[in-house]
Design a protein around this ligand. Structure first.
Ligand code: DGL
Length: 265
């Protein structure tokens, strides 16, 4: 019998597509359900308490409705705050997305790295812990940007990013003490890899970027090793917790990521 259960990706918005894309490349037979909590978007300016209450409850409903074989929380904000609550509440394997500080520290020559995330993510003790464990000999600068999240969503809706605005956000890192030596930036919000080329062009000088997407794809492949996959996966499905003109304008971008069906929760 074929196992038709999908892999479910969850984010506040469209950022999780930067995690879905490398996973879909490694697992071409997997059926994908992509959920954007458009009713709760954006997460980065919310409180810890709001996210810790909202995300496990929502994922519980989603797990019941879509019966996924595995859930990827494709959102750094939700993962750094609510990963443990979700794992405790659900009986499904959960993969989280947390800032890729380890690979950034491995690649940095100057030993100054920047963590670019949402305001909520960059203040999390989870990030302190990653910095202590994997980048103890680095200066770890942090900057939380709500603007980049909005710019990434608008880009998927067809609006080209304004380089001056990107530069202003990057300056949030480069203009901190030590920023003149920064050589690696962790894209610690899943929206930001979608802007990576534009960010690289807007940066005051050449720096490397790293994010969790490729590592998560390998982790999902490892955790589903030996599982049965359908010969013909079901069409990719995008699910919004609230539909609006804004979410409808994303349809062409969703199709580019293989998500041809759209529905509301
Ligand atoms: N994409 C999300 C993250 O990785 C958050 C964006 C937002 O809703 O603020 O943190």
């Amino acid at each position: 019998m074929q196992d038709t259960r999908p892999i479910l990706f969850f984010d506040s918005g469209m950022g999780g597509l930067s995690v879905l894309a490398p996973t879909a490349r490694l697992l071409p037979h997997a059926s994908m359900v992509y959920v954007a909590d458009s009713a709760g978007f954006p997460y980065g300016t919310r409180s810890e308490a709001e996210i810790a209450a909202r995300v496990p409850a929502l994922l519980g409903r989603l797990a019941e409705r879509y019966d996924p074989r595995l859930i990827v929380i494709a959102c750094n904000t939700a993962s750094t705050i609510a990963l443990e609550h979700v794992r405790a509440a659900l009986d499904v394997p959960i993969v989280g997305t947390v800032p890729a500080i380890k690979p950034a520290a491995e690649r940095s020559r100057t030993r100054v790295i920047g963590v670019l995330g949402t305001e909520a993510t960059v203040r999390q003790p989870y990030v302190d812990d990653l910095a202590r464990r994997f980048a103890a000999d680095c200066t770890v600068l942090r900057y939380g940007s709500a603007a980049l999240v909005t710019i990434a969503e608008a880009m998927l809706g067809g609006e080209a990013p304004d380089p001056a605005q990107l530069r202003a956000e990057l300056d949030g890192l480069f203009e901190q003490p030590g920023g003149d030596r920064l050589d690696m930036i962790v894209n610690a919000c899943t929206h930001f890899p979608l802007l990576e080329d534009a960010l690289a062009d807007a940066a005051p000088r050449s720096v490397g970027f790293v994010d969790g997407g490729p590592g998560i794809a390998r982790r999902v492949q490892y955790l589903t090793q030996g599982q049965n996959w359908p010969d013909q996966p079901a069409p990719g499905r995008a699910v919004f917790t609230q539909r609006s003109d804004r979410t409808d304008a994303l349809a062409p971008a969703l199709i580019r990521f293989g998500l041809t069906e759209v529905e509301s929760l």
